[in-house]
Design a protein around this ligand. Structure first.
Ligand code: PEP
Ligand code: MG
Length: 569
């Protein structure tokens, strides 16, 4: 553990601060997630290729045995999958391929990686069952490379007890596959408030803190408590502090349980409160909760690990299962927002200099319209099988022309209601024209902050610039809301800012008509709205916009908001 200046006895309580991104508190032992290991670029050739080949085979066999041991602890389906993966690791042809690379002068780890890629290409060419095994093959590769280099096995280790996961950062696919029953909380050293790890953690209801300095140096097993609202992480917390944290959690839950139903200000101005979801499991969790539907279904999250484009039939079944838990409520589906920080293997247009400014979102759909049409066809089929009020929106729209192109495609596939994300400054400034082409808009404040402030949302060091309380971001939201009013179209917010109770008041005051967030954040926002009239919200919005820094804007709104709210924040 890094000792920051003062010598502390081991085991002494130590408080640190990161950024809270998923509300709630957790207490448990630390489990560290090892980062992926790449073969060193300058790995020397093996001096004795035959002996090196034997060591490489031994590493493959150790990985296979570890997978078998893990399989023994799982249920039948998962067991079969892991046993099949272990069989690949024992495949002699794979071992021979690595030996050939060793003889040709590559180092051991490089030879393993090259053999794996050779096989991946063959599996992909074979298609079907084989193509679906490519992710398993690469997983074996990264485990064997780590073995060969004597590094820790990458990825989230198997948890034997409820734990707090600590990592430099987690890939979206890693976060999505965490076991909700065993992961009490997540702490990362990197990441930012709108990184997809943060978004997924909030959706999964797992408390999370990002940007915690030196988090990866916390020894495994250290007891920690974390607060996903304030961002505080305490190492070796005093038992009295853990009890106080639990009491606060209970008080907060009791206060939030006192109010239910549709979102509205104290004078009855309705603001629909909706859930952000990323797949079937989220839908099944959010459906029974007190939400008015879904304001953002990030469909790309379903396919993060897919090697091949899903068929229309497969997609139809997934979407049907997502819609079902919401009965007749609305479900706003966003078409694939692939590219940049959310790459999809089957929707890859090749390397780009600046992926966040490249062919992502709707631009990718325009380059690969067959992917969009297959998705729209599946959405229309799933909508006809359920009672849900299905609406479809496009990500990364910059112009009215793009909005019109999308609306026509949606209509051609028999879907009635189309919308667009307003997350590019150009679309916010021209909201009246952009929204004129569709039925509704939804502000993606995560990307709007990124593009307004020219600050990569994956760059945790730039968190302050990415703060949605930035005056320029609030100005753009105000411009978009006034454009939406002029066009007579509803405009919601589905970026992470919607789940901040104070900012939700400001957004309402600026004129947004719905707020969509991780379902776990809805109760606090509902309570905040109920304690203020629409005129109060307009006053708070004006107040926020008079300030010149995000911190001052938040503090001014906090000081002017209803006092009963403050205990919950
Ligand atoms: C956003 O950009 O605010 C948004 C909601 O979309 P995503 O976070 O998936 O980019
Ligand atoms: Mg976005």
């Amino acid at each position: 553990m890094t000792d920051r200046g003062t010598a502390r006895p081991p085991g002494a309580e130590q408080s640190r601060h990161g950024i809270g991104v998923s509300p709630g508190t957790a207490y448990g032992p630390v489990v560290q997630v090892a980062p992926p290991v790449a073969p060193p670029a300058d790995e020397p050739a093996a001096s004795d290729p035959a002996a090196a080949a034997e060591s490489v085979v031994a590493a493959f066999m150790r990985v296979a045995s570890a997978l078998d041991a893990k399989a023994d602890q799982l249920d039948a389906d998962a067991r079969d999958i892991l046993r099949a993966t272990a069989l690949i690791a024992r495949d002699r042809a794979l071992h021979r391929a690595a030996a050939r690379h060793l003889e040709a002068g590559s180092g051991p780890a490089t030879s393993v990686a090259a053999a794996i890629e050779e096989f991946a290409a063959q599996f992909e060419a074979l298609g079907g069952y084989f193509a679906e095994r490519v992710a398993d093959l690469r997983d074996i590769g990264s485990r064997v490379v780590a073995e060969v280099l004597g590094e820790r096995v990458p990825g989230v280790p198997d948890l034997s007890e409820p734990s707090v996961i600590v990592a430099d950062d987690l890939a979206p696919a890693e976060t999505a596959t965490l076991d909700r029953a065993l992961v009490l909380g997540i702490v990362t050293e990197a990441g930012g408030r709108t990184s997809h790890t943060a978004i997924l953690a909030a959706q999964m209801g797992i408390p999370a803190v990002v940007q915690l300095a030196d988090a990866t140096e916390i020894p495994v097993g250290t007891p920690v408590s974390l607060d996903g609202d304030s961002g505080e992480v305490v190492l070796h917390p005093d038992p009295a502090a853990v009890a106080a944290q639990r009491e606060r959690r209970e008080r907060r839950a009791a206060a939030l349980a006192r109010i239910s139903g549709p979102g509205a200000t104290s004078d009855g101005h309705g603001v629909a409160l909706l859930a952000n979801i990323g797949g079937i499991e989220d839908a099944e969790l959010a459906g029974p909760q007190d939400v008015e539907g879904v304001g953002l279904f990030r469909t790309e999250f379903v396919f993060l690990s897919a090697d091949r484009a899903p068929t229309v039939e497969d997609q139809t079944e997934i979407y049907r299962r997502v819609f079902e838990p919401f009965g007749e409520r609305r479900v706003v589906v966003r078409t694939l927002d692939a590219g940049a920080d959310k790459p999809l293997a089957f929707a890859d247009l090749g390397p780009e200099e600046n992926p966040a400014l490249g062919r992502r979102g709707l631009r990718l759909s325009q380059a690969r319209p067959e992917l969009l049409d297959a998705q729209l066809e599946a959405l229309a089929a799933a909508a006809s099988l359920t009672r849900a009020d299905v609406r479809v929106m496009a990500p990364m729209v910059a112009t009215a022309e793009e909005a019109g192109w999308f609306a026509a495609r949606v209509a051609a596939n028999g879907l009635r209601c189309s919308g667009v994300m307003i997350e590019v400054p150009a679309a916010a400034l021209r909201a009246e024209q952009v929204l004129g082409a569709v039925h509704f808009g939804s502000l993606g404040t995560n990307d709007l902050a990124q593009y307004t402030m020219a600050a990569d949302r994956m760059e945790g060091e730039l968190s302050d610039l990415l703060d949605p309380w930035q005056p320029a971001v609030l100005d753009l939201i105000a411009a978009a809301a006034s454009g939406a009013r002029a066009a007579g179209k509803p405009l919601g917010v589905c970026g992470e800012s919607a789940g901040d109770p104070l900012l939700a008041l400001v957004l309402t005051g600026l004129g947004v008509t719905s707020l969509s967030m991780a379902a776990g954040k809805v109760p606090a926002v509902r309570l905040a709205l109920s304690a203020h009239s629409l005129a109060d919200c307009e006053g708070l919005a004006a107040l926020a916009r008079t300030e010149t820094t995000p911190r001052a804007a938040r503090e001014a709104v906090r000081a002017a908001a209803a006092p009963e709210l403050l205990e919950l924040l």
